[in-house]
Design a protein around this ligand. Structure first.
Ligand code: SF4
Ligand code: MG
Length: 336
């Protein structure tokens, strides 16, 4: 399998008053062709800023100050803005929680998808129309030939979400970034949209970066998961390893906060943990989770933990697993 997205040591700062916020602080991850990587964590951990950094669509106060974001070997951070515009929509598609952010209310569906087809494939006229109907069919919008001439407001919430997916897929992207793609939808529509994303991935082999705070969605969709806390990833694992035995105390709290049998049910949110994500405006000393961790000891407040590989498919950033500090440590069972 070849790697589609490779992020190394990404650092994104938001220049806020009174002090800047390190929203993404040294993030490294890789997503392979045909793979879905779910980035998990509470609100305010830096998941969405990570997505916007990849697309180079940060709010005005945002600035990428370090690292690289390679798509198929090319560092997007080094591209001129004009070249980046061709990457967006063509090589990377993006869907958000709120479809109206990416749909233009005064353009018909055909005009909007048509724009993507013209810009990226120089397709227009009847050839473009044929392709638009195909794409709308693919995302399950019935009666596509007629409905493509309607405006976004004429569609229901679930249909708008499908239209946004249609727009994101029109450019046949290598990478789809989906930020809470189904959070605003009811459970039935949610299941349909997820199924749609999965089947399109199987057909096209695209990589998906799925950002969610819903463990049910992650367990259903992801091949691998990464848990993000306070601007950095603290654990990565295959889906199986993660749901069998999350290792990092934060990951374990996320899962333990859910009733066992319903763990994989949709709609469970990752916000049931005592305390808050720390402010990212201060200089951290030690582990960022220390103030909320039941297992913290002095070392945790003094030294930031490095990575430890538990197995080939599970890595964790926590002193509990670092054998160099061995004698001090009672190694915990890794089941939740
Ligand atoms: Fe808890 Fe220490 Fe591990 Fe941080 S390094 S998660 S404080 S045990
Ligand atoms: Mg978010």
């Amino acid at each position: 399998m070849s790697s589609v997205l490779q992020i190394k040591n990404l650092e994104t700062v938001l220049h806020t008053e009174p002090r800047p916020v390190w929203a993404v602080d040294g993030l490294t991850l890789q997503i392979m062709k045909g793979e879905t990587f779910a980035l998990l964590g509470e609100s305010g951990c830096g998941k969405s800023i990570t997505a916007l950094s990849i697309m180079r669509l940060l709010p005005e106060a945002g600035e990428i100050v370090g690292g690289s974001v390679c798509l198929g070997g090319e560092d997007l951070l080094l591209l001129p803005e004009a070249a980046m515009r061709n990457v967006r929509g063509k090589r990377i598609g993006m869907i958000f929680q709120e479809p109206m952010l990416s749909l233009n209310p005064v353009m018909t569906v055909a005009q909007q998808i048509g724009e993507v087809l013209q810009r990226h494939f120089d397709l227009r006229g009847p050839a473009a129309e044929k392709r638009i109907v195909e794409i709308l069919d693919q995302v399950g919008i019935p009666d596509a030939a007629r409905r493509m001439n309607e405006y976004p407001f004429q569609f229901s919430g679930g249909m708008k979400q499908r239209m946004m997916i249609a727009m994101a897929l029109a450019g046949e992207p290598e990478l789809l970034i989906a930020d809470e793609p189904t959070t605003a939808l009811d459970v039935t529509i949610q299941a349909q949209v997820l199924e749609l994303m999965r089947s399109l991935q199987q057909q096209k082999g695209m990589a998906i970066l799925l950002i969610t705070h819903d463990l049910g969605v992650a367990s259903e969709m992801a091949h691998r998961v990464g848990v993000m806390y306070a601007g950095e990833i603290v654990e990565t694992a295959s889906r199986e390893a993660f749901f069998r035995g999350p290792a990092h105390p934060y990951s374990r709290k996320l899962l333990a906060a859910l009733p066992g049998r319903d763990r994989r049910k949709q709609g469970h949110r990752l916000d049931a943990i005592r305390g808050n994500v720390p402010s990212l405006s201060r200089e951290f000393v030690g582990c960022r989770f220390a103030d909320r961790c039941d297992q913290a000891w002095e070392l945790c407040h003094q030294v930031a933990p490095g990575w430890t590989a538990l197995t080939g498919e599970q890595q964790v950033r926590c002193h509990l697993f670092n054998q160099n500090f061995g004698s001090k440590i009672v190694k915990p069972a890794v089941s939740a």
